[in-house]
Design a protein around this ligand. Structure first.
Ligand code: NAG
Ligand code: NAG
Ligand code: NAG
Length: 375
């Protein structure tokens, strides 16, 4: 193709992207303000994977256990969400495009994570990201008991995200400032690994030029200990300061040089060995809480969708969610990560190479589509 023809084509493509009449603008390029600038759906166009399953405009009429709200939050230890299926039991691989927000705090039109499902949480404040590590009974979130899970992020092969149209906001950003809890920033780069009764949700600071590196999205099959190396413990609820982890997939050789790992295609079979162990970032200033103080408003578990807000056993209007009430500092000792440390928390983390899956089929199909577009 001549250079002129190519630039004409690119100009057309740029106009198309700006107005998104064909639904081709990548989800990660779309910007919204919360709460006033949220459309009903951020991905109203049909694509190869169909329509957006839920909606982004969420309010008191959508706040129940059948909510299809796809606007999630990572704010504080008492105030965060995970992505999980709207119906089940199913697997992340089967439902990744359809996930809805399941959250810990009422008031934003989402489902709430049922009481008793959260068995431990470590909320990390690093220089470049907020990260929630949660131990969960995933069967209360419509996941099959034996699902090893997979990765959700705003990319995906067709760039519409998993879930399609999923948005993430935080009132704890930017990390360089003092969050006032009243202003919400859209989190552009994020990833949520959920499965094996465990979740890691990382919300990378959009003001950090390396947000896409910390929330790297091409390592969906190597295990949580590579994408979110951590020292979280089940039955402990704590907030810690944390060093930044290394970029997922980047590691340092014994001669001091850094190198990066590329995940092999799924067609080559299971990943049975890794050339490195991820460095576990040091955490410090951990403050522990009682779960009942953090999550006073969660509904009792039920498979029957609630028909209106609060109908499924919410603790009531008096719930304050004030995390500080009975916080006790767990000592000032800084816990330093060591390269060899296996993530704590039991067998759910030891799946290693085999522990995470997403639909490689979709990825391959998407790449084929992309190649067809640009060929
Ligand atoms: C509440 O959310 C629903 C679902 O997105 C939407 O249809 C409705 O217009 C919203 N109501 C208000 C007042 O924004
Ligand atoms: C923000 O909210 C969290 C609880 O979600 C609370 O612990 C914190 O003190 C609040 N920060 C400010 C500045 O109000
Ligand atoms: C998750 O927890 C539930 C309830 O304890 C259990 O039945 C299930 O086997 C667990 N799943 C995994 C993958 O550990």
């Amino acid at each position: 193709m001549s250079r002129v023809a190519l630039s004409a084509l690119l100009a057309v493509a740029a106009v198309a992207v700006a107005q998104d009449p064909t639904g081709t603008e990548p989800l990660a390029d779309k910007r919204f303000t919360y709460p006033t600038g949220i459309p009903y759906q951020v991905d109203p166009n049909m694509g190869v994977r169909g329509a957006q399953n839920g909606y982004n405009l969420c309010n008191s009429t959508t706040e129940n256990q059948a909510s299809l709200c796809q606007t999630a939050f990572i704010n504080h230890i008492d105030d965060w969400c995970v992505w999980a299926p709207p119906t089940g039991p199913t697997t992340i691989g089967e439902s990744e495009g359809q996930e809805v927000a399941w959250c810990t705090k009422p008031g934003r039109g989402t489902r709430l994570i049922p009481q008793g499902a959260i068995t431990g949480v470590q909320f990390l404040r690093a220089k470049s990201y907020l990260e929630v590590i949660a131990f969960l009974d995933q069967t209360m979130l419509n996941l099959a008991a034996d699902d090893y899970g997979g990765e959700l992020d705003p990319h995906g092969a067709d760039l519409r995200g998993n879930p399609l149209g999923g948005l993430v906001f935080s009132n704890g950003l930017p990390l360089s400032g003092t969050g006032d809890n009243n202003t919400y920033d859209q989190v552009i780069e994020w990833h949520n690994f959920i499965g094996s009764n465990f979740s890691c949700f990382k919300a990378c600071d959009p003001q950090d030029p390396n947000d896409h590196n910390y929330c790297y999205n091409q390592l969906d099959r190597v295990g949580i200990e590579y994408v979110c190396p951590n020292q979280a413990q089940n039955h402990v609820f704590e907030v810690c300061d944390s060093d930044n982890q290394d970029y997922p997939g980047v590691y340092t050789l014994s001669d001091g040089t850094t190198t990066s790992y590329t995940q092999p295609p799924e067609s080559l079979g299971a990943i049975t060995s890794m050339p490195y162990t991820a460095r576990v970032p040091a955490s410090s200033n951990c403050v522990t809480y009682q779960s009942s103080d953090l999550f006073p408003s969660l509904p009792t578990p039920t498979n029957v969708p609630a028909t209106s807000a609060g109908a499924s056993g919410s603790a009531g209007p008096a719930a304050t969610g004030k995390a500080g009430a009975s916080a006790s500092a767990s000592g000032s000792a800084s816990r330093s990560g060591s390269a060899g440390a296996a993530p704590t928390g039991g067998s759910s983390l030891t799946g290693g190479a085999a522990s995470l899956r997403t639909s490689a089929f979709a990825t391959i199909a998407g790449v084929v589509v992309a190649v067809a577009f640009f060929a």
